[in-house]
Design a protein. Structure first.
Length: 343
């Protein structure tokens, strides 16, 4: 299907809100067009609605044209907008591959859009024939989360390639954990696939979950649709400034990633050595999925020791599992000490 056919008609025909700052973009000394307070507070002016300075920096860092970048109030905003751009309520659906990130389903539920769940295989890989069999003119978006949350594995690139080639709708590849994976981003494929959206975020490796900045990369027609439906000033001035500052400090991010990868390996080994741990799944992210005999008992024990992990034991294909985020070295020590006390 073409992009034109995939977009909801009302969105295709939409006249977007036109803000003062999008109507006059030049440098003027007297701005009397936006009903702002003229007295300087550092924040008295509306921010750049399209965040060009920040996108220029991101584009440089990622090797991507700024016109192929959309910024959201977290990736969650991009997920929500994509569902609302492409899926007609009570008519269209998204395809998700459980077990996976919960926000795809929540965004669809809020928009009253259907959900077609095609579970990952036993090895946590996309079931390509089943996905393509489930695809129809109404399954507008396929969400691929790789590395996948909560399983931690990266999908086989050959399977992703087949879905990029054969899925008729929009393919969203959520790369929230790309900095912890050992491969290139699918961002480099945007030139070849006009219906591909790659999501990244400053919430994980960059250490800025509190900032709320998510990134969508796509060919320009999809970016233009996202810009058309987003709230005009969705990224506030403080966020734009803090993100620019953080993106200047790539060495700090790299050092954190280096430390966390070493800690992930150490934690994985130590967990495997515990008698009640049945399996530590390989991870390309900053967490480990761990299968054990009594996950709820272990969870409760950890809570009483002041260590909170995520109980995923009631999630499809994650029976018996806790998801454990890799912490600072001393936090991981505390976790391991508490777990050793149970052995
Ligand atoms: C954490 C996470 C995100 C990040 O969402 P933000 O809204 O950018 O904080 C996105 N996708 C997945 C799979 C995640 O685990």
């Amino acid at each position: 299907m073409t992009l034109e056919q995939l977009v909801r008609p009302n969105v295709r025909l939409l006249t977007p809100y036109s803000s003062a700052r999008s109507e006059y973009k030049g440098q003027a000394s007297v701005l009397l067009d936006a009903n702002e307070n003229p007295f300087e507070t550092g924040l008295n002016r509306y921010p750049d609605p399209l965040q060009w300075q920040l996108k220029a920096r991101l584009g440089e860092l990622k090797g991507c044209a700024p016109e192929r970048i959309f910024l959201g109030n977290g990736s969650d905003e991009a997920i929500d907008l994509l569902v609302r751009i492409f899926c007609e309520p009570r008519q269209d659906s998204i395809i998700i591959l459980p077990p996976t990130y919960g926000m795809y389903q929540v965004a669809a539920d809020i928009a009253d859009v259907g959900i077609v769940a095609v579970p990952l295989t036993e090895g946590f890989q996309p079931d390509v024939p089943a996905i393509l069999a489930a695809a129809s003119a109404h399954t507008k978006i396929l969400f691929l989360c790789t590395p996948n949350n909560p399983t931690g594995n990266d999908f086989d690139p050959a399977l992703v390639q087949r879905l990029l080639a054969d899925f008729p709708g929009i393919v969203v590849i959520d790369e929230a954990y790309i900095d912890f994976a050992r491969r290139e981003s699918y961002l480099s494929r945007i030139g070849q696939h006009d219906k591909l959206v790659v999501l990244q975020t400053l919430s994980k490796a960059w250490g800025l979950a509190g900032l709320r900045l998510g990134i969508a990369f796509a060919a320009e027609p999809i970016i233009q649709l996202l810009n058309k439906v987003k709230p005009p000033y969705n990224i506030n001035q403080l966020t734009q400034e803090a993100a620019l500052r953080a993106l200047g400090a790539t060495a700090q991010k790299d050092e954190w990633v280096h430390t966390l990868l070493a800690e992930r390996a150490r934690l994985s080994q130590a967990l495997e050595a515990l008698p009640y741990v049945e399996q530590v799944y390989p991870s390309h992210a900053n967490y480990l999925l761990v299968r054990m005999a009594d996950p709820v008992g272990v969870y409760q024990h950890l809570v009483s020791a002041g260590v909170i992990v995520r109980d995923r034991s009631r999630v499809l294909r994650c029976e018996g599992c806790l998801r454990i985020t890799v912490g600072r070295p001393e936090e991981n020590e505390l976790l391991l000490a508490s777990l050793a006390a149970l052995a």
